[in-house]
Design a protein around this ligand. Structure first.
Ligand SMILES: *[C@@H]1O[C@H](CO)[C@@H](O)[C@H](O)[C@H]1NC(C)=O
Ligand SMILES: *[C@@H]1O[C@H](CO)[C@@H](O)[C@H](O)[C@H]1NC(C)=O
Ligand SMILES: *[C@@H]1O[C@H](CO)[C@@H](O)[C@H](O)[C@H]1NC(C)=O
Ligand SMILES: *[C@@H]1O[C@H](CO)[C@@H](O)[C@H](O)[C@H]1NC(C)=O
Length: 330
């Protein structure tokens, strides 16, 4: 155990002291705070990180190293057995390639659920109440501007696509607004976890929801799961809320559906090619847009950093992760 080193990529904001304290159970703490992929790869290849057993991949590390694909995994020290990633989504890590190399990966589910669900509700209510137009008018000194009435959430059918921790937290909150909630998921949940929501097929969800909230992970099978054929099946005037990942939905098809009136409005925290946003969305004056801030609260960011450290500690001391990604759990 004494020969197990740890590497931090990126910087910590809330748990710097806790990271330093990891020296009690590691042989060495390496830190790569910033840099470029080529530089990082060359340091790996020179052996600078040899002996690293577990890695902390911070929330901003992807902008430093780029995706953890085959090329990068090949360059990592052979001693590396654990990658502890800060984020609920880990589409920028090639999980099958990690598994093949005997590397276990953890993410930070649960910690993000409430904050992300809060933003889903914020976007949904903002869309229902046409808040963008009102926000703009009041700041331009036009008071209500060209005001038109919004809609109540009460008695609307909320469809949740992906009923994991975030989806359930959305359902929990939406209940308080008197919405009728239905969901589709790979598997129906036990009744105790359904939050009173009704399980329906994917087609049924598309055909009967007044508001559709996307709460599923991005992977090859969910990329563009919402595209033209799915919009065609939806009720006219549906509201779409996406706090999951941009590429789950075909953004150009959404713009077409907004133009045709098929989709009345949308509340979006994520986009296909962040930070780029389709000009058609910027032009649609009733669409509510946020720059991917779902988990951006002090409390949640601290909880996420701490959970990554807890995983790192468990990896080094006990050879196991607390929140290993489900694809690796057989
Ligand atoms: C990472 O978290 C810190 C706060 O904890 C925040 O300031 C920063 O914007 C986050 N970076 C990304 C890429 O999410
Ligand atoms: C999320 O909020 C619920 C209350 O709505 C609380 O019981 C739960 O502990 C919170 N989860 C996390 C991970 O903070
Ligand atoms: C105000 O909004 C209505 C309905 O959306 C629209 O028909 C009308 O042209 C708008 N008026 C102005 C001055 O923008
Ligand atoms: C929302 O605002 C847009 C842009 O001003 C307007 O066209 C639309 O009629 C409004 N709808 C409601 C229900 O407020």
């Amino acid at each position: 155990m004494t020969q197990r080193a740890a590497l931090l990529i990126g910087v910590l904001t809330h748990t710097e002291k806790e990271w330093q304290e990891c020296d009690k159970f590691t042989s060495k703490l390496h830190h790569y705070p910033e840099g470029l992929r080529e530089d990082f790869l060359s340091k790996c290849r020179k052996g600078d990180f040899d002996g690293v057993y577990a890695m902390y991949r911070s929330n901003d590390s992807n902008s430093i190293t780029g995706n953890f694909n085959e090329e990068l995994l090949d360059a990592l020290p052979k001693s590396l057995k654990f990658i502890c990633h800060n984020g609920a989504g880990y589409d920028n890590i090639d999980i099958p390639a990690c598994t093949k190399r005997g590397i276990s990966v953890s993410s930070t589910p649960i910690a993000v659920n409430n904050a992300t669900a809060d933003v889903a509700l914020l976007l949904m209510l903002g869309a229902l109440r046409n808040v963008t137009q009102a926000f703009q008018a009041v700041r331009q000194g036009k008071w209500r501007g060209n005001f038109s009435l919004g809609h109540d959430p009460k008695d609307k059918v909320l469809g949740i696509l992906g009923m994991g921790g975030i989806g359930s937290a959305v359902a929990h909150r939406a209940k308080a607004f008197g919405m009728k909630i239905q969901y589709h998921n790979r598997h129906q949940l036990p009744a105790s976890e359904e939050e009173g929501a009704k399980y329906v097929s994917f087609d049924e969800l598309l055909k009967t929801s007044d508001v559709l909230s996307l709460n599923l992970a991005l992977n090859p099978s969910t990329r563009h799961i919402i595209a033209k054929p799915q919009f065609d099946q939806m009720k006219d005037g549906i509201i779409i809320v996406n706090t999951a990942r941009g590429p789950i939905m075909d953004e150009a098809a959404l713009v077409d559906a907004l133009k045709s009136g098929k989709v009345w409005t949308a509340g979006l925290d994520v986009f296909e090619e962040e930070p780029k946003i389709h000009p058609g969305l910027l032009e649609a004056e009733n669409v509510v847009l946020l720059p991917h801030i779902g988990t951006a609260t002090v409390e949640t960011q601290r909880d996420m950093e701490q959970l990554v450290l807890d995983n790192l500690k468990s990896a080094i001391k006990e050879d196991k992760l607390i929140t290993q990604v489900p694809e690796q759990k057989k």
